[in-house]
Each structure stands twice: as structure tokens, then as C-alpha cells.
Design a protein around this ligand. Structure first.
Ligand code: HSE
Length: 429
């Protein structure tokens, strides 16, 4: 049986999950592929660290060149995380004629073109299924089984941490800060949760999806991105009253020759399948012009689901090596659509503000929206609560408008004598 040799960079959660996936299903993989896949070297920081997995210490190395310069290693699997040194190691591996598999969305999104060029130039494969949606085989599906479709829109809940936090806030009526603390204690959120809660992780994943689906390259830092830190339990309660759930959404959609994309918390109608995606689960919703609506659902993180996606890429490459055809990879869409990226576009919005409880306030604020060409879809004024001195919450759902135009109108309203504070502005799907 032909043996394919792997060099693993990193042996944390995903590294051990990948190792365990291979060991758990080794016989099944061998029977299906006719190949033996062997993890021959593993790059670690600390060889003597205690691990809950039995691995011979001969497999460990602290020297990256033991893997990158070893001619017997066919595939380098990068699971270090972070842009550097992971990107440098992967580029070096590709230049040395090694195939590369990674779960690293930050590195793929930051250096997409460099990886593609290096893979093409060196006639090797570069695969990154685990970088978007963890165990969900979304990149595979979009670039193989769904190639007969053009996509108008792609929507995703692609961050487990923030979806867990929003779900817990919704189910138990809790504040963001309290849920974050519990999530950190339970290991659902990192000690430094910035990349997750500020939407940076989602922007990286959306940038990768856009390259594959729409054939244009939009670096993550150019995608308008907002996280969940300012979502309050009141916003969630009001969303519920209006018939919505709040989700952190990655959105990319065509509008003629333009592509709109953003990462923002959004009111998702309860009837939409994405509203039912709870806790650490991820989902990607895509509308193809032949297949119609599709939703991919599964675990977007965790050692074994991510290990499953990593091993899927390893097996695809191993099979291609055995056939002597290992040169393709998930390339950016080859049918470049000549789309122009325009950022946010127009959206419906929920706006909540505190206003003085005096005659004429509702009319005045609606008139200001009207003067900016912004239509009101629905409005709700809550009764004064016992502690507030003649101030009441006023909530609007507004018709489609650009965020810039809405901000101008809100600036004018907040300077008027009626409104004391604009509390929240959230997109409505
Ligand atoms: N931090 C990510 C999440 C891990 O919470 O979904 C998977 O990319």
C-alpha cells in the first residue's frame, strides 16, 4: 500500500483532533483510498508537555526545517493559527514542492493571492476547507458539486463563539458581559475574545468565501465589520417582539455589477432557517440560480469537527498524489465576474433611542427621517419606566437606506431637543 507522509505544524486542539480523526478511522480511510496516511513529524513548542494523547516523542520536532526540508514529507498540515509564522512556513512548504492543508482563516484571508500563486507555480495543492465553518464541507461543495450555479447571495453564521453568546443572551435574557464570562469559563470563548466578538474572525471567513464564490478578492480589512459587543438584552427582547432573532451575519450579495459585503449583527426573521442556528453551531446559506436555496449546518469549531475537515483535504490530496494529478486546489472562482466591491449597500435598520415623553416627539423624529428620504416600516413606543424621568424608549424599523445616510439623519435627531440618546442601530435582514 502506498504511504503518504504528513508533517503537522502545531499540536493544539485542532492538531490533536486531526491526529485522533486519522487514528479513529484509519482502517476505514485505508479501505476507501487504498492508501496509508502517516503523520511522520509534528512541530511543537514543547516536546515534554503533558498531552491527553499517546504519541511517540520521536515524532515531535521543534525545528521547522525538519519538516519543510524533509523530502519524504508529501503534505504539510498547518494548524498553528495566527498569520505569522504560519504564512511564511506555508509559502516555504509550497515552494519546496509540498502540498499544504490549513485551518488558518486569518493566514488564508491575509495572503490568499500569495498562496494561490505559490501553489500554481509549484504545481502543488493548497486546501483550506477547515478555515470556514469548521467541520462543514462548504468550500468543497461550492467549488465542486455546485459549480453549475451562479450565486446571488451568500449568508453565514460562521463564528461559534458569538453565536453561543447571542443564543445564551436570547434564551436566558442575560447581558453580554455575563454570558461572555461564563463562555470563557466553559471554554467556548478565548481568554482574549477580540477576534471573535469584534467580527474579525467572520470577516476573514467571508473574504475567503467571496474569493471562491464571486471571483473577486476583498481583503478582510476592507469589509465593513461590526461585532456583537454593543448588543444589549433589550435589543434581543425587542427583536423578539418584532419577530426576529439577532445573529452575527456574514453577508455577500450581488447588486447588478456590484458586490455588497459586510459583517454585522442583524435581525434575522424567525421564519428564516438561519434563525434556528443556535449556540456553537455554524451555518452557511446560499442561493444558487439552479439549485435554489441551500443551507449547510454543522459544528463550526472543535477539535474533531475541524479535524474531520482537515483530514478530508489530506485525503483528497493523497488520492490525487496517488493518481499523479496533484496540482489543482480550491482556486478562486475561475469565472471572474468583474464585480466591483462596494461595501455595505442599502439595508433595513432597527433603531432604538430614548426620547422625551412630550407631545410632538414622534412626529418630529419621523419627519426628520422623511427629510432624509428614509421611510418608517414600523414603530414602537414603550411606556415610561418608573425610574426614568419623562424619557421613553422609541423603536423604529426603517426601510432600506445606506448606513451613511442613516447616520446623518440620526446625527440630526440626536441634536434635536427631543432625543436624548441613540441606543442601538442594527441591520434588519
Ligand atoms: N473562534 C472560531 C469560532 C473558531 O468561535 O467559531 C473556528 O474558526
Amino acid at each position: 500500500m502506498e504511504t503518504i507522509k504528513i508533517g503537522l505544524l502545531g499540536f493544539g486542539n485542532v492538531g490533536t483532533g486531526t491526529y485522533k480523526t486519522l487514528e479513529m478511522n484509519r482502517k476505514h480511510i485505508e479501505a476507501n483510498t487504498g492508501l496509508s496516511i502517516e503523520i511522520s513529524k509534528i512541530l511543537v513548542n514543547d516536546i515534554n508537555r503533558k498531552r491527553d494523547i499517546k504519541v511517540s516523542s520521536d515524532q515531535f520536532t521543534q525545528n521547522i526545517d525538519d519538516i519543510l526540508l524533509d523530502p519524504s514529507i508529501d503534505i504539510v498540515v498547518e494548524l498553528l493559527g495566527g498569520i505569522e509564522p504560519a504564512s511564511t512556513y506555508m509559502l516555504k512548504a509550497l515552494k519546496n514542492g509540498k502540498h499544504v492543508v490549513t485551518a488558518n482563516k486569518a493566514a488564508v484571508a491575509a495572503n490568499f493571492d500569495d498562496f494561490m500563486d505559490a501553489a500554481k507555480r509549484n504545481q502543488v495543492m493548497f486546501r483550506y476547507e477547515a478555515s470556514v465553518g469548521g467541520g462543514i464541507p462548504i468550500l468543497n461543495a461550492l467549488t465542486t458539486a455546485l459549480l453549475a450555479n451562479e450565486f446571488e447571495e451568500i449568508l453565514g453564521i460562521v463564528n461559534g463563539t458569538t453565536n453561543y453568546i447571542l443564543t445564551q443572551m436570547t434564551e436566558y435574557g442575560l447581558d453580554y458581559a455575563d454570558v461572555l464570562k461564563t463562555a470563557q469559563e466553559k471554554g467556548f470563548a478565548e481568554a482574549d475574545p477580540t477576534a471573535d466578538v469584534e467580527g474579525i474572525d467572520v470577516a476573514n471567513k467571508l473574504s475567503i468565501l467571496i474569493s471562491l464564490v464571486f471571483g473577486i478578492r476583498v481583503p478582510p480589512e476592507e469589509i465593513p465589520t461590526e461585532g456583537i459587543t454593543s448588543i444589549s438584552k433589550n435589543d434581543i427582547r425587542l427583536a423578539d417582539q418584532f419577530g426576529y432573532k439577532i445573529k452575527l451575519l456574514a453577508t455577500a450579495k450581488k447588486a447588478g455589477k456590484q458586490l455588497e459585503a459586510h459583517v454585522q449583527p442583524a435581525f434575522v426573521p424567525k421564519s428564516h432557517p438561519l434563525a434556528a442556528v443556535s449556540n456553537e453551531f455554524n451555518a452557511v446559506f446560499a442561493a444558487g440560480n439552479a439549485v435554489d436555496d441551500l443551507m449547510f449546518y454543522g459544528k463550526g469549531a472543535g477539535p474533531m469537527p475541524t479535524g474531520s475537515a482537515v483530514m478530508g483535504d489530506v485525503i483528497e490530496i493523497s488520492k490525487a498524489i496517488a493518481k499523479g494529478a496533484a496540482f489543482d486546489h480550491y482556486s478562486e472562482s475561475k469565472a471572474v465576474k468583474m464585480l466591483k466591491f462596494v461595501g455595505e449597500g442599502q439595508n433595513k435598520y432597527y433603531v432604538s433611542m430614548m426620547v422625551k415623553d412630550v407631545p410632538g416627539v414622534l412626529g418630529s423624529i419621523s419627519t426628520t427621517f422623511g427629510a432624509f428620504g428614509i421611510g418608517v416600516d414600523s414603530v414602537l413606543q414603550l411606556s415610561k419606566d418608573a425610574n426614568s424621568d419623562r424619557e421613553v424608549p422609541l423603536i423604529f424599523i426603517l426601510h432600506e437606506v445606506t448606513r451613511a445616510r442613516l447616520d446623518e439623519a440620526l446625527d440630526k435627531i440626536s441634536k434635536s431637543k427631543f432625543a436624548s440618546e441613540i441606543k442601538s442601530v442594527i441591520r434588519v435582514m
